[in-house]
Ligand binder design. Sequence first.
Ligand SMILES: Cc1cc2nc3c(=O)[nH]c(=O)nc-3n(C[C@H](O)[C@H](O)[C@H](O)COP(=O)(O)OP(=O)(O)OC[C@H]3O[C@@H](n4cnc5c(N)ncnc54)[C@H](O)[C@@H]3O)c2cc1C
Ligand code: SF4
Ligand code: SF4
Length: 416
Amino acid sequence: MDRIQRVNNRYQQLMQQADSPHEWAYAWRTEINRGGFRAVDFLMQTVVDAGKCIGCASCVTICPVDVFDYTDEQPIDTRTDACVQCVLCADVCPILRPPDQDLPQQLNFREPKTQESYGPYSYGQYVRATSGDIQQASQDGGLVSALLIHGLETGTLGGAVLGDVVDGNRQIGEPRLATDRESVLACAGSRYTYSPNLIALQQAVRENISPIAVVGVPCQVDGTRLQQHSGIRLELANWYRKNISLVIGLFCSEAFTHESINQLAQILEVDPLSIANINIKGKVVVRMDNGDVHGVSLKKYREFARPACLYCLDYGAENADIAAGGIGLDGWTYTLVRTERGHQALQAALADGWLETRPLSDEPRGEMLMKKLSADKKKNRPLPAQMPSLAERQALNYLDPKTFYTKGPGAPSEES
Ligand SMILES: Cc1cc2nc3c(=O)[nH]c(=O)nc-3n(C[C@H](O)[C@H](O)[C@H](O)COP(=O)(O)OP(=O)(O)OC[C@H]3O[C@@H](n4cnc5c(N)ncnc54)[C@H](O)[C@@H]3O)c2cc1C
Ligand code: SF4
Ligand code: SF4
C-alpha cells in the first residue's frame, strides 16, 4: 500500500473513532508528519482528485512556496517539487477538517451568544445603506458595501478582498483587492457562480496592505479562519492572523456552475450577456439590461448547482464577524452580528449615519427561513470526508447537492 493510501486509511479510521471531529487534526497531522511525504499529495488525492474540493483557494493562498496554480475552481499542484513539507495546505482545507474547537474563543463571539442552528450571534437586524449609489449598486440592502467603504474612508480598513466581475460576462466572478469606494462599488451585487475571492489575499500580502476585510461565502469564511488560526505558525498564517480585521460572510445555499448562466438564458430565450443581475428570492429573478424582469423556478435552476457544494454544511457563515443575506425584507440585508469586531464595524457605520436598521420582527419570515435553510443544509449530512466522492455520485447518477441527503441516495431508508 502506498503512503498516501496508508495515511488516508488512518485518517478515515480516526474520523470514525474520534469522539469529536475537532480532535482529528492533531491525530492526522502526526500521521502526515510520520509518513514523511508531502501533505500536498494527500490533499490532491483525498480532496481534489476525489472531486470534493469546494474551490475556496485557501491551500493556494497559504502555501509559502507557491506550489499551486488555481483554475476551473480547483488548485493544481504545478510546482510540487518546491514543497517544503510544512503541511499548511492540508491544515487549512475546510474539507479535510472542521475548525479547531477553540476557534470560538479566538473569534471572540459577542455576548449575548444566542446559539442557533446557524451558529452563535449576538443580535440580528435588517440593515440598509443610506446612500443612494450604494443601494443602487448592491444586491440587497448594501450593508456589505457600505461597511467596507465606511472602513476604507475612516481608516479602519486598508483594503478588502472581494469578488469582481470578469470583462464581458457580469455573472462570472473573479477576485479583487478593493481599496476605495469606486472599486468596492464595482464589486457590489452577487454573482451566483463561484468567485475565488481569497486569491486576492496574495496581492494584499505582496503589497502589505492592511488591515484587510474579507468578503466571501461560508466555505471562504472557513478557509480564511483556518488560515488565520492554523496551529502551524509560519509567516503567512501569522500575517493573516494579524492583518485580517473583519470577515463578512454571505449566506449560501449553493453556488452554480458557469454553464448555468447559459442554461438560464436558454430557458428565458435571452442573450446571457444582457443579464444585468440575478437574485434568488424563492425563485430566480433575472433582471435584464433593458429593464425586463423574468422569473424562473429555483427547482429548475438548481439542476445547475455546483456538485461540490454537497460537501458544505454551513448556510449562515457561522464563523464570520458579520453574516449577511437576502432573506426576509426586500431591499434590506438580513444581518447577524456574531463577534465583537463585527459589532464595532456595524456600530461605527451606524453612528456615522451610513446605515439604517429595522428589527427582524418587521418580517418574521426571514428568521423562519434562516432556521429552515440552515437546518436543510445539515440534514443527514456527515462531515465531508465521510461523504462519497464525485465519481461515486456520478456512478449513482445523482449530483444534486441540495437533495442528496434528503431525497437522494444519502437519505435515510424508510425503515431506519
Ligand atoms: C453564491 C452566493 C449564494 C448566495 N446565497 C444566498 C442564499 O441562499 N440566501 C441568502 O439570503 N443570501 C444569499 N447570498 C447573499 C446575497 O446574495 C447578498 O450577497 C447578501 O444579502 C448581501 O447583500 P448586500 O446588498 O449587503 O451586499 P453588496 O453590498 O451587494 O455586496 C455583495 C458582496 O458580495 C461579493 N460577492 C459577489 N458575488 C460573490 C461570489 N460569487 N462569491 C463571493 N463573493 C461575492 C462582492 O464582492 C460584494 O462585496 C448569496 C451570495 C452569493 C455570492
Ligand atoms: S477545498 Fe479549498 S483548501 Fe481544500 S483543496 Fe479545495 S481549494 Fe484547497
Ligand atoms: S454552498 Fe458552501 S461550498 Fe458551495 S459556494 Fe456556498 S459556501 Fe461554498
